[in-house]
Design a protein around this ligand. Sequence first.
Ligand code: CP
Ligand code: NVA
Length: 330
Amino acid sequence: AGPRHLMSIADLTPAEFSSIVRNAAVRKQAVKAGQTPPSLSTSLSGQTIAMMFSKRSTRTRVSTEAAVTMLGGHPMFLGKDDIQLGVNESLYDTSVVISSMTSCMVARVGPHSDVANLAKHSSVPVINALSEDFHPLQTIADFLTIHEAFPSSKPSGPGLGLNGLKVAWVGDSNNVLFDLAIGCVKMGVDIAVASPAGYGIPDKMRQLINSSAEGVSSPGKLSETMVPEEALKGADVLVTDTWISMGQESEQQKRLKAFAGYQITNDLAKRGGAKEGWKFMHCLPRHPEEVADEVFYSPRSLVFPEAENRLWAAVAALEGFVVNKGNLLK
Ligand code: CP
Ligand code: NVA
């Protein structure tokens, strides 16, 4: 069998997903307390991690480079103008060559098939650093953030002890949502999605999200609406993302019009009946049209711890897929 890759949260069993999130939490606590296990900083020593990014990135790039450094490896950033990929060389050739010289490829691409093809031909693990369909590293960080904000009464159960929580996503049905929704279903967290007509979850993706419930004893439920207020009822966490993802720039005018009324504000949360102690999350980068300053810069907002948690998510993903070769329950 070839190496195990991280393409989407859909690739993980609930136990594996919880284990990655818990490991991220353990590493964060230890390092912050000045109790870094000595083996941590040598786990990737002498190894190079290729980072192939065909799109801009702040958090994913910095967190991955910092995580590789923390594990004693060398992060090699390869932007779209640095390598032949896509312009002068095929995915197949690139994948075979780069994987013959490195221990892992972390790739940010356009179509999901690009990262899937890299993985298919790679002799080392490939980690999806954002494709048009999925953003698994973000979802790991998001569940670490939720886990910290809603400490469980059952900290050592098989999941993360988040059953019964409700997430409300108000905005575009995009890559960040899809993995988040899969994570929610697996962790027993209900997720309600409000998107305007024409911007809802594609049928195939809805099937994948709902199929994540298979084998889960009390899966979270996905519900969908076109009315933001409806999604917010009883929600513990309100989440959104940009309305214009990278690659959709030409649709800006059309999208701004379609999403009018979807800005997350205190008034919207109140009208929709979100829980009193509701929190706010956003993967960033953020624009004011999708969430008002009064929410984004308020004590309800988890956005900066959420961004920092990308580092711990990257550490846990690299340990799981590269150091432990996909044996995630170790
Ligand atoms: N959230 C996220 O992936 O941000 P970047 O695009 O800056 O990496
Ligand atoms: N949905 C956004 C996420 C960026 C981190 C995009 O794909 O551009």
